[in-house]
Design a protein around this ligand. Structure first.
Ligand SMILES: [Cu+2]
Length: 480
């Protein structure tokens, strides 16, 4: 009798060791491909489309791994076409998201997102084509999935939901600018904390007031180049603690200036207990010592378990640091910045005087002062100090946007993911000149822009943020 009991106990122990409760031992990897998506050269719109590429039986999603590829499965080079962002919406709320950092999400054992065939999925994407050539691409994603019919489904005892935390709130185009030199002495600009006049009580967009007791189960940040980290904080009764910092670890040799980066995610044992009435907030910090970062983002989607258990962050320390979700990616290897053979515009003679008139932008070329022009059109057009130089984007009629963005002279080196940068000592930026659907676009909804009138005499170099191979210059002359 005793021997039999011992055997049962041993057998139970062995079972427990080989198949811990809730392990994802039985999960299937489901691969989905959304597309083809035709990306036009100036495309900078946010597109929404119904998405039936999802599990077709009831079950649990335990992990998510995104990518952006051509038809043959090769990832698109980041300096050619990049995934500005993709958001997988479920029943009108974001469930998963990805940017060019391509973070991999993986829930702890025993946790899952519920997935039902009746769920309505919508794909929201913004894919950025940095060249004048249209292309067809696909968004791919691998989902770890346990169908209800699998005995392992019984091991999922914690249902999580996604809670979207964005420094700008939930909106289609949640961006802010981090301008070179702002952010105090350390030249690190934190949004929204360092926005002049910021007060938490009058800026609710980056906050979530918890509706019921529960546990935060996991998160990873989303930042753009220049981003250093996103912080997740919990405020209760006037006290605030940071419960996680998702750090951008740059593989990029030039530092915090490109998409060659991975972000850290929460450790698998991270559980933060929050109470009804707690305020959870997200904050994004960018390095402004080297360049300006226009249209930046700061997002921290949370896996959240209503009613779940965790560590009270006001009573004991929770781990605030984690590990990156992947290593360097091959598609990021074209860094740019090498010699390229374009002229140094500071050494060119004056071009046309343009105190009246404008520089037209046609077929991806700045008509006066483009570094790829030949003859007189290559020379920097001039304006007298006190005047602005007007640019008109003629390509806007073809739904192609361009920008005029200051970069440090000579701004004539090879294009790559880390070059050119908006790194001029005098920063200016036109925004995206062109037209787009209201509220779902980066467009300024105008085709023209003038440079600031207070530029000192000298030669100014600029590039197009949408198509970084586009470079130009102009010259401010002293008043006679
Ligand atoms: Cu452009």
């Amino acid at each position: 009798m005793l021997r039999r009991r011992l055997l049962i106990a041993l057998a139970t122990l062995v079972a427990a060791l080989t198949l811990p409760a809730g392990a994802h031992a039985a999960e299937q990897t489901m691969k989905f491909r959304f597309g083809p998506i035709v990306v036009t050269p100036g495309q900078n719109d946010i597109l929404f489309a119904l998405n039936d590429k999802k599990p077709q039986v009831p079950g649990w999603i335990t992990s998510f791994k995104p990518d952006l590829v051509y038809k043959d499965g090769t990832p698109t080079r980041t300096d050619v076409i990049h995934l500005h962002h993709g958001v997988w919406l479920k029943n009108n709320y974001p469930q998963f998201a990805a940017g060019e950092e391509k973070s991999i999400i993986d829930l702890p054992p025993g946790y899952g997102w519920r997935s039902l065939p009746s769920d309505r999925w919508v794909m929201n994407h913004m894919i950025h084509n940095l060249t004048p050539n249209p292309a067809e691409v696909y968004l791919t994603y691998e989902i770890g999935f346990i169908p209800d019919t699998d005995p392992a489904a019984a091991g999922i005892t914690h249902e999580v939901q996604t809670k979207w935390l964005d420094v700008m709130g939930l909106r289609a185009w949640p961006v802010f600018d981090a301008i070179k030199g702002t952010g105090g002495k350390d030249k690190r600009f934190t949004y929204p904390d360092e926005v002049p006049g910021y007060r938490p009580e009058s800026y609710p967009f980056n906050q979530w007031t918890v509706e019921q007791d529960g546990a935060l189960v996991g998160t990873v940040g989303h930042l753009h180049p220049g981003g250093l980290y996103t912080d997740l904080r919990v405020t209760r009764g006037g006290r605030t603690v940071t419960v996680f910092r998702s750090e951008a670890k740059y593989f990029e040799p030039a530092g915090a200036v490109s998409w060659d980066v991975a972000l850290t995610r929460t450790p698998q044992n991270w559980r933060v207990a929050v109470r009804k009435g707690d305020v959870v907030s997200v904050h994004a910090t960018y390095d402004t010592s080297r360049a300006s970062w226009y249209e930046s983002m700061g997002i921290m989607p949370l896996a959240w378990e209503p009613g779940g258990q965790g560590t009270d962050p006001f009573a004991s320390q929770v781990p605030t640091r984690g590990k990156v979700t992947h290593g360097p990616l091959k598609e990021n290897r074209n860094h740019g910045g090498g010699p390229f053979g374009l002229p140094d515009p500071r050494k060119l003679p004056d071009g046309r005087a343009l105190s009246r008139g404008a520089v037209k932008v046609t077929d991806f070329l700045y008509e006066q002062g483009d570094l790829k022009n030949i003859g007189r059109a290559l020379r920097p057009p001039t304006i007298p100090a006190g005047k602005g130089l007007t640019f008109i984007n003629r390509d806007a009629a073809k739904n192609i946007m361009h920008t005029i963005t200051a970069c440090k002279a000579p701004c004539n080196r090879e294009t790559g993911i880390a070059y050119p940068l908006a790194d001029a000592s005098v920063a200016f930026d036109s925004g995206n000149l062109g037209y787009g659907p209201a509220g779902r676009t980066a467009a300024k909804n105008t085709d023209r822009w003038s440079t600031p009138k207070n530029l000192r005499p000298g030669t100014y170099t600029y590039f197009c943020r949408v198509h970084p191979f586009m470079r130009g210059s102009f010259r401010v002359k002293p008043r006679q």
